[in-house]
Design a protein around this ligand. Structure first.
Ligand code: ADP
Length: 324
């Protein structure tokens, strides 16, 4: 079976962007691929964080993923820093990564602007550690959101450069996008949905029904008078309704919009309800999982053992190639 690898930072709760852009795909791929999913705690150190919250955030990420449908019996689910081969490989990959390529990365530029007091070397080197995560497991495909395409291109370049210098070693992995690779912010639909914009901009999968209703109610739309144009805010709500709502409800509102007769308050009410219903089971499962932190730690330890078996074997071969 072809191999899948992807990661997520333990930086708090999952939002609809993470879910629709990546995690929903992770869940669906489990039956047809060998899947490895990683909680990337080393990556989370590159932005300001509280050390005493990290373990809680890691468990929360694990609970999020399992409640969303990742099955630790089918897929390998583990913590990045528990497999030291990731950072070992990152160092070796650093030596074949052109500085000029790293300087082009838009995520580095964005996060440097966001945290001007903390423009650190780890943030700059983030894509090389990500390349190590992926290449260490001979990954064929990487399910991520659109914002990660540039990093994946760099991963492919690093694999090529390494292979040219040291002989055929790495597979060049491909990006796997979902139908919604870029979910937009509710309050500023010109930007991608992200936690860093603030709670009004995103819906967390654990948000309670009344919070979801409230956030959707305050989402940006348009005046509804110009039926030929679909504004970015309305398009975003339609995209969500198509996924979470019933087909006939989606059809009704798009037809009303075309006719210039749509009432956004009604659309928002329907959408808020549909999202709340869709994640009702998720909310319950996550609470159950978090009530048993030992159980979660056990699952992660089992995953780490399986990941490490592959990593140790592969790093031996890689070290051989580079003459170490
Ligand atoms: P964040 O972007 O919130 O910091 P991560 O960097 O850990 O979260 O990203 C986890 C996954 O979610 C990545 O595959 C990323 O591409 C995807 N993702 C994040 N935000 C969005 C979005 N607004 N739309 C689609 N996918 C997204």
């Amino acid at each position: 079976m072809a191999k899948i690898f992807s990661g997520i930072q333990p930086t708090g709760q999952l939002h609809l962007g993470n879910y629709l852009g990546a995690i929903k795909n992770w869940v669906e791929l489990q039956d047809t691929y060998d899947c490895i999913y990683c909680i990337v705690d080393y990556h989370a150190m590159t932005i300001p964080y509280q050390p005493d919250q990290m373990q809680k955030n890691i468990l929360e990420a694990a609970a999020d993923l399992i409640a969303a449908g990742i099955d630790p019996q089918k897929s390998i689910l583990f913590i990045q820093s528990h497999v030291p081969e990731h950072t070992e490989l990152a160092w070796m990959l650093n030596t074949v990564t052109p500085l000029s390529e790293l300087k082009r990365m838009t995520q580095f530029k964005d996060k440097s602007k966001q945290f001007p007091e903390n423009v650190n070397m780890g943030l700059f080197d983030y894509p090389v550690l990500q390349a190590a995560d992926i290449l260490l497991y001979s990954t064929d495909k990487v399910p991520v959101g659109e914002d990660q395409i540039q990093h994946l291109e760099l991963t492919r370049l690093i694999a090529r450069k390494f292979n040219q210098k040291f002989g055929e070693t790495f597979v060049e992995p491909e990006v796997l996008l979902t139908k919604t690779p870029r979910v937009m912010s509710l309050k500023d639909p010109s930007k991608k949905m992200s936690k860093s914009l603030g709670p009004a901009h995103y819906i967390a999968l654990t948000d309670k029904p009344e919070i979801i209703q409230d956030k959707i109610k305050k989402a940006v739309t348009d005046t509804g008078e110009n039926s030929a144009e679909v504004s970015p805010g309305v398009q975003n709500l339609f995209t969500l309704l198509e996924i979470f709502g019933r087909a006939e409800v989606y059809k009704k509102f798009t037809a009303e919009h075309q006719a210039g007769k749509i009432k956004y308050a009604e659309l928002k009410e329907e959408l808020g309800q549909a999202i709340s219903d869709y994640f009702a089971d998720f909310r319950e499962q996550k609470q159950k999982l978090l009530a048993n932190p030992e159980g979660l730690r056990d699952l992660l330890a089992q995953g780490t053992k399986k990941a490490r078996e592959i990593a140790v074997k592969n790093i031996k071969d890689i070290k051989n190639k580079v003459g170490l």
